[in-house]
Design a protein around this ligand. Structure first.
Ligand code: S3P
Length: 177
């Protein structure tokens, strides 16, 4: 494994960009651990993300997210792939942590049309209420600059399968399997 994968690979981007599936695939290919921040929040609290939002509010969810991001990154002197939730860049402390030059932060970019196709029609994502397209457009408008600021690499995912995106990320990071 080349040098790049010996540092944490952190995937950022909008919901539906494929962070979880692509992250798991890259970790499998490279034979390194995979951590998904949303799943970790759910594991630690024993509650679904949607339940945390409903019972405690978004702020409480963000506080948990920040705490766990800190924990995951501080343990990560060894190789790991970390998939974050789409809102990770909305909190200054998170952006500060992601700006660490030793991390390989990768933005998975996807058009709103692509995201709408990929997202399941369920209620797992509490911010996606009402008109999904306009919610996503407004989230992208408010987050795009921050995603780009924290990302060292940007990978386009439109029209690509999970495997193809995973390959594209590994090519970008120059990690071979
Ligand atoms: C959110 C994205 C979700 C989850 C929560 C909030 C967001 O993660 O953290 O619903 O603010 O964009 P995914 O990006 O994995 O869907």
């Amino acid at each position: 494994m080349s040098n790049m994968a010996s540092r944490p690979i952190v995937l950022v981007g909008m919901m539906g960009a494929g962070k979880t599936s692509v992250g798991r695939t890259i970790a499998d290919r490279l034979g390194i651990p995979f951590q998904d921040l949303d799943h970790e929040v759910e594991r630690r609290t024993g509650k679904r993300v949607a339940t945390i939002f409903a019972e405690q509010g978004e702020e409480a969810f963000r506080a948990l997210e920040t705490e766990l991001l800190g924990e995951l990154l501080s343990r990560s002197n060894s190789p790991v792939v970390v998939s974050t939730g789409g809102g990770i860049v909305t909190i200054a402390k998170n952006r500060e942590m992601l700006n660490d030059p030793t991390l390989n932060v990768v933005l998975l970019e996807a058009s709103i049309d692509q995201i709408l196709e990929r997202l399941p029609d369920d209620d797992a994502r509490p911010l996606l209420r009402g008109d999904r397209r306009s919610v996503l457009e407004s989230l992208w408008r408010s987050r795009e600059a921050e995603y780009r600021r924290v990302a060292k690499f940007v990978v386009q995912t439109n029209g690509l399968s999970i495997d193809e995106v995973a390959q594209a990320v590994m090519r970008e990071l120059q990690v071979a399997v």
